[in-house]
Ligand binder design. Sequence first.
Ligand code: FES
Length: 154
Amino acid sequence: MTEEYSPKIIGFCCRWCSYAGADLAGAMRLQYPPNIRILMVPCTGRVDILHLLKAFEMGADAVFVSGCHEGDCHYLRGNIQAWKRVAKVKKVLADIGLEPERLEMFHVSSGEGPKFAAISQEMTDRAYRLGPNPVRGEARAQWLAAQAQEEKAV
Ligand code: FES
């Protein structure tokens, strides 16, 4: 029996803007796909390259970072640093054979609930179009193999 594909999407959202934008989308009762899992961060500048790669390694089908608009970051350049990191990770994804479109950076303010709903839909559509993250099965198989090794060693 094959399991129906339902993408897992991780959104790193700045607490000052996009997280509040997601909240507003909910308060406005806007519909957006339930595939999005939001991780609140104090600023998108806090999102490291390793966080993004780890999300894919753990099986996310798509990942996005959503922060304050340019010039509005509470820590001045956090969103610009995040944008540069996202650009770097897109190159890494392409190098390892994953589609760079699985990762994106957005800017959503706390008053842009409809925009948050729209980017959620956009990332979900992309994840459906691109299909499951091919790393997901491999990573899980490796993890299970490692667990079996540990059990043997005990
Ligand atoms: Fe929102 Fe920096 S405080 S992106």
